[in-house]
Design a protein around this ligand. Structure first.
Ligand SMILES: [Zn+2]
Length: 394
């Protein structure tokens, strides 16, 4: 996804806002239809059927017909995709959309002439009913754009994102393998010994964020103070997300270019996050600690990095089962909890090999087979179940 800052004129902005509210309205109609649906009353209507219903609704409601049919149809499609994703277990059930939050709409059937360069720093994209809307040319728009999404963040900034899957980055062709371990203190450790840090907010910005959050919590609802504080929070969070995205893009390109095989732990981060919260019947154990860890994972932008790697190095990313990678000595293979001196330090009690703990784990991930050898007799148990024998090379 290539995002650009969109700079609509005030007139265009009101049209874009109208598109947003149309998309939200149609989305919420879909949510309502989904909520009213009871099992045994047949299948939920698909895209074609819902588009037909939309045409009917447009015929009966002139104000709806005034809006863009593409925007409205794509809201139907977005909702169907969100439902499919929910059924696949990838996300929560799509819920109501509120004004001012996750506002946006999608335009499809984009033709090559619909994006044009204006000057060194600006270009324009054709948006139905709004005409040519300027955006900042922060990098070239990739060829073959078929659709784009326009969004408005909580800070009121508009963005346009052109949907393209990043082109594969050719590997070096030397068979080079790298293991990448995600860490909390260090965002990613490579088996080469490199430690990569995903940029976050500076201490000063983090302080400003905390104080804005406090101000917003204290201020009266609906007051100007509260609005200002919330806008400040949104701006800082958006800045943090931008840095994370940027880091994931650059890091994934670098890794895809330098290595032919990239091995990562097979972590179902989402499942982990969900299980940390626990359910009402079985509240998660150790919730506080896990929440902190998960916040670290989220901050590190790990999921985004892996997704980008899979886009840029298709077929070259391998997922390795995660057990024991932090306890196993990457030099001699001895595996015990005792070797983990601290969060940051690893010192093998058998051979004395000492190393940054995350780098040691990354080296185990690069070796890849470490835990697979054990798969046959593995019981789904905790990671400290005396794995030494089973880890010996078969
Ligand atoms: Zn050792």
């Amino acid at each position: 996804m290539c995002r650009y800052r969109l700079e609509p004129t005030p007139e265009q902005e009101s049209i874009l806002l109208r598109h947003c509210s149309d998309a939200r309205y149609v989305w919420n109609l879909c949510v309502e239809q989904e909520n009213e649906h009871r099992p045994g009353r047949g299948r939920m209507p698909g895209f074609a059927e819902r588009c037909r219903q939309l045409t009917e609704a447009r015929a009966e409601n002139p104000w709806l017909a005034e809006g863009s049919v593409i925007v409205q149809q794509q809201a139907v499609r977005d909702h169907l995709q969100a439902m499919a994703s929910f059924f696949a277990g990838n996300c929560r059930r799509p819920g109501w959309r509120k004004a001012g939050r996750n506002e946006g709409f999608r335009i499809v059937a984009v033709k090559p002439g619909d994006v044009r360069r204006l000057n060194r720093n600006h270009a324009a994209v054709r948006v139905p009913k709004a005409g040519w809307v300027r955006f900042r040319w922060s990098r070239p728009v990739p060829d073959g754009v078929k659709s784009f999404r326009v969004t408005r963040d909580r800070a009121g900034r508009w963005h346009v994102a052109f949907a393209v899957i990043p082109a594969p980055v050719p590997g070096p062709g030397t068979g080079a393998i790298v293991g990448v371990d995600r860490g909390v203190a260090v965002s990613a450790a490579l088996s080469t010994g490199e430690l990569l840090h995903c940029p976050s907010l500076s201490p000063r910005e983090a302080r400003r964020l905390r104080s804005a959050e406090r101000r917003s919590a204290k201020a009266r609802r609906g007051s100007g103070r509260r609005r200002a504080a919330r806008a400040a929070v949104a701006r800082l969070k958006a800045r943090e997300a931008d840095r994370r995205r940027d880091w994931a893009e650059k890091t994934s390109t670098g890794l895809a270019r330098r290595f032919d095989v990239i091995r990562v732990e097979d972590l179902e981060i989402k499942t982990m996050m969900r299980s940390a919260r626990g359910t009402k019947d079985a509240p998660g154990t150790n919730v506080a600690a896990k929440t902190g860890l998960n916040r670290g994972i989220g901050k590190a932008g790990w999921g985004l990095l892996v997704r980008r790697l899979e886009d840029k190095a298709p077929g070259r990313v391998e997922k390795v089962p995660p057990a024991y990678t932090s306890q196993r000595c990457s030099a001699c293979g001895h595996t015990t909890k005792e070797s983990r001196e601290s969060q940051a330090a690893f010192r093998c009690v058998a051979c004395g090999f000492a190393c940054n703990a995350d780098v040691n784990a990354a080296r185990n991930i690069a070796a890849g087979h470490a835990v697979k050898a054990r798969e046959g007799d593995r019981v789904a148990g905790p990671a400290n179940r005396e794995p030494q024998l089973a880890l010996a090379p078969a």
